[in-house]
Design a protein around this ligand. Structure first.
Ligand code: SF4
Length: 287
């Protein structure tokens, strides 16, 4: 169910609700394969109980706007938004490929993302998605792919910053190249992921899956709000404080499981997520 507790305009709310996503009757999609199995299992089990707010789906709505871009980018030598299927370990797996340019040998996925996300290294899940989609396309008769790319449209890019910041992207579109895995390695990865998702009791999402930000320690000078430096360990922070003297102190900055608290739509069905949410709730009430 999608709620509208932020009172978004009806038009936006309808646009969020009218999601025509179709997995083509597959048992699992490439997007789901690269999710943590524990999270996906809860999503399947509680499919009819999941409540999301439209305000939390705007990001995904913007991503869906790439359909129009892709339609306009199509040419005779291109394949646009095609879902490919393979069968493995008794499951039908599907993956939707955004864009293939058969002349250039390019397979690309279009994403609307933040400038920050596009400036760092390519995310492992994007590399996995591109390679799995490439394998699916090969299995469906597509040959000659030589390049895998994420074409990132930077939603928060500003022309004003280009001349002010040295490393700022020069254009609102960034191209991130992914390494191409050997076919055998991709096949092995595909089988591993299917097995992980077929496990009836998958292990809890790992700290990496939970996007955990570890606790850090800030060196705070007396009477100032801005930290002099942040440390991963308390001892280094204490040593720095001793050198600064003059009433400086160490301020712990608690870690956070970012995905569990902000980006998991089944946190209320997960024992770990439930605990974190109630902890957060108590902290908010106390402050
Ligand atoms: S709340 Fe965290 S641990 Fe639980 S399913 Fe979601 S991401 Fe995984």
């Amino acid at each position: 169910m999608i709620t509208n507790s932020s009172n978004l305009p009806d038009s936006i709310y309808r646009a969020v609700c009218n999601d025509s996503y179709d997995d083509g009757g597959s048992d699992i999609t490439v997007t789901s394969l690269i999710k943590p199995p524990h999270m996906r299992r809860l999503q399947v089990q509680h499919k009819n109980e999941i409540v999301e707010d439209a305000a939390d789906r705007i990001f995904s709505l913007l991503g869906q706007a790439t359909h129009t871009i892709l339609e306009r980018a199509a040419a005779d030598h291109c394949i646009v938004e095609r879902r490919f299927f393979v069968e493995r370990l008794g499951w039908k797996v599907s993956g939707q490929v955004d864009f293939i340019d058969q002349t250039e040998g390019l397979l690309a996925d279009f994403k609307v993302t933040s400038r920050y996300a596009a400036m760092g290294d390519l995310k492992p899940e994007h590399e996995q998605q591109l390679n799995l989609n490439n394998l699916l396309s090969i299995e469906n008769g597509i040959t000659g792919i030589k390049r895998l790319e994420i074409i990132a449209i930077l939603r928060d890019w500003s022309k004003m910053h280009v001349s002010r910041e040295r490393d700022y992207p020069k254009s609102q579109v960034a191209v991130l190249r992914a390494p191409m895995w050997p076919r055998e390695a991709t096949e092995a990865f595909l089988l591993d992921r299917i097995k992980a998702h077929q496990d009836p009791n998958p292990p809890l999402c790992s700290p990496k899956d939970r996007w955990e930000k570890p606790q850090r320690y800030a060196v705070m000078p007396k009477g100032k709000k801005r930290a002099l430096k942040l440390y991963d360990d308390e001892l280094s922070a204490k040593n720095h404080v001793a050198k600064v003297g003059k009433g400086a102190r160490v301020e712990p900055r608690p870690g956070e499981a970012i995905r569990c608290l902000h980006y998991c739509n089944v946190a209320q069905f997960c024992s770990f997520g439930k605990h974190l949410l109630s902890q957060k709730q108590s902290e908010t009430e106390e402050s």
